[in-house]
Write a protein that binds this ligand. Structure first.
Ligand code: ADP
Ligand code: MG
Length: 268
């Protein structure tokens, strides 16, 4: 396995409380890895640490063999790591197209390097960025909605727009923080297809979600967090058969609700 990214003993304390506690794992290149765990288990903090929004208290992050621990977010983005946010961060008064174009400017002339001290863009390069932004919108299925203000999109469309903005700069690694939040089941199905086709295009993805059903259907392997620590890492089959995972989810209710729903069905 070639690891694109690896974290070693990563720890983040907030006022003495460990949101992430000595976490180590590696993300294989060209694969979709899930990061799951109950609410408050440290998933968003993990993404914030990798993308540079937070500095770890201890531990290291390596990307393509380079130590990127504590680099500022724009430097990490320039190296080829993009992310989406659990709470959407779109510019509501700008069109869907303009929101993606902002991401495209990160790419510029020499891939990610252009936004990182490269030369100003020529007119032809600017037109190329417009094409790329259009392609990214088409890819997520929002082509026909390009001119609509972001604040007028449905929450499902907003999630897809965030993904278009993240991928337009051709990152190698995309970190997705609960991209299915607020989506209905049809929209979640569309999202799952898009994630799989990104993997087919050679991207490496880390998918954070607490919807076991989405994650288990698309990932190659799963990292399970509980209380900021790694509970287990394995294939979807291994993880789903792990009693400790079921136990930790019982506390958060998801599996409990599913068991109860099944019981209610069988009782009727
Ligand atoms: P998840 O995304 O798995 O729901 P988070 O990473 O958001 O979990 O949170 C993990 C723990 O860290 C929680 O107890 C949360 O309250 C705490 N936490 C997260 N961010 C901060 C912060 N900026 N300041 C203080 N505590 C935080
Ligand atoms: Mg979170």
């Amino acid at each position: 396995m070639t690891a694109l990214l690896s974290v070693q003993e990563l720890t983040k304390l907030f006022g003495g409380v460990a949101a992430v506690d000595r976490v180590s794992f590696a993300l294989p290149k060209g694969k979709l890895t899930g990061l799951i765990g109950p609410n408050g288990s440290g998933k968003s903090t993990m993404i914030n640490l990798i993308s540079g929004l937070h500095s770890p208290t201890r531990g290291t992050v390596q990307f393509k063999g380079q130590d990127i621990t504590s680099l500022p977010p724009h430097r990490i983005a320039c190296l080829g790591i993009a992310r989406t946010f659990q709470l959407l961060r779109l510019f509501g008064d700008l069109s869907a197209f303009e929101n993606v174009l902002i991401g495209a400017h990160l790419r510029g002339k020499h891939g990610f390097a252009a936004a990182c001290g490269g030369p100003l863009l020529t007119g032809a390069e600017e037109r190329r960025l417009h094409d790329l932004a259009r392609e990214a919108l088409e890819f997520v299925g929002l082509g026909p909605r390009a001119g609509v203000k972001a604040k007028l999109l449905t929450s499902g469309e907003g999630r897809l727009l965030e993904i278009a903005r993240a991928i337009v700069a051709e990152p190698e690694l995309v970190l997705l923080d609960e991209p299915a939040a607020g989506l209905n089941s049809a929209e979640t199905g569309v999202l799952a297809e898009k994630l799989l086709s990104l993997v087919e295009r050679g991207k490496t993805l880390l998918l954070v979600d607490h919807h076991m059903s989405l994650v288990m259907n698309v990932v190659s392997s799963v990292i399970v967090l509980a209380g900021g620590r790694v509970l287990t890492i394995g294939t979807p089959q291994e993880v789903q058969a792990d009693g400790r995972v079921i136990e930790s989810y019982l506390g958060s209710g998801e599996i409990y609700r599913r068991h109860r729903a099944k019981r209610e069905v069988s009782e009727h």
